[in-house]
Design a protein around this ligand. Structure first.
Ligand code: FES
Ligand code: FES
Length: 214
């Protein structure tokens, strides 16, 4: 084989997704990550729905839009977001208030969406990772911080960490590293990438301060 041939074989294909592209996809909409665990849960809960559990048509304010969905009495916000409204950026990890993957903001405060009933948010404003960027596509400063620092490994936990940080930075815009670590301590990363995550979130905090001083 000639040198030219071997270079062609070794080089990346033209449409290869870079790590930066992958991270950006997850940051904006959580589209690049899947989990067998919630595929399993999906089939279980779909079965519940099929048996009929008193669904009721609700209107909820999500990412500044009024969205309507048929919601079961016992349905969690995480379930409605993901399976009724198609907002899959909100991840389901443990589904029992342990990991923080499902964190969203409700009236500006971080909550585990797996532990909030959708019926309870009818008069409140829900913000998910999909609603964080500006309408013109400009990333939120914390999202940009993750891009800047190339934080996270598989990025499954990323939307939850970002939403938790955004909520925390509203009350403490200039945290020390240890304060920010405490602020997002309700979020777990299975890849154990905490040091890099914190660096990215600290950069996000810096970006936020810079943006507010403009
Ligand atoms: S999925 Fe909600 S806390 Fe883990
Ligand atoms: S980066 Fe993989 S779970 Fe956090």
């Amino acid at each position: 084989m000639s040198d030219v041939d071997s270079k062609e074989t070794i080089g990346p294909p033209p449409n290869t997704l870079s790590r930066r592209d992958l991270i950006k996809g997850v940051i904006v909409g959580g589209v690049a990550v899947s989990s067998a665990s919630y595929l399993f849960r999906a089939s279980t809960l779909s079965g519940q729905s099929a048996r009929g559990t008193g669904e009721r048509l609700l209107t909820i304010n999500v990412n500044g839009q009024l969205r309507r969905a048929d919601v079961m009495r016992q349905e969690t916000l995480a379930w409605t977001l993901r399976h009724k409204l198609g907002l899959t950026g909100t991840k389901l990890g443990c589904d029992r208030a342990e990991c923080g993957s499902c964190t969203v903001l409700i009236d500006g405060v971080p909550y585990y969406a797996c532990s909030v009933l959708t019926h309870a948010v009818r008069d409140r404003k829900v913000l998910t990772i999909e609603g964080l960027a500006s309408p013109d596509g400009r990333l939120h400063p914390v999202q940009q911080g993750v891009i800047d620092e190339q934080g996270f490994q598989c990025a499954f936990c990323m939307p939850g960490f970002i939403m938790a940080s955004v909520g925390f930075l509203k009350i403490n815009p200039n945290p020390t590293r240890s304060e920010l670590a405490h602020g997002v301590s309700g979020n777990l990363c299975r890849c154990q990438d905490y040091d890099k995550i914190l660096t990215a979130l600290m950069r996000g905090a810096e970006n936020m301060r810079r943006a507010s001083n403009v």
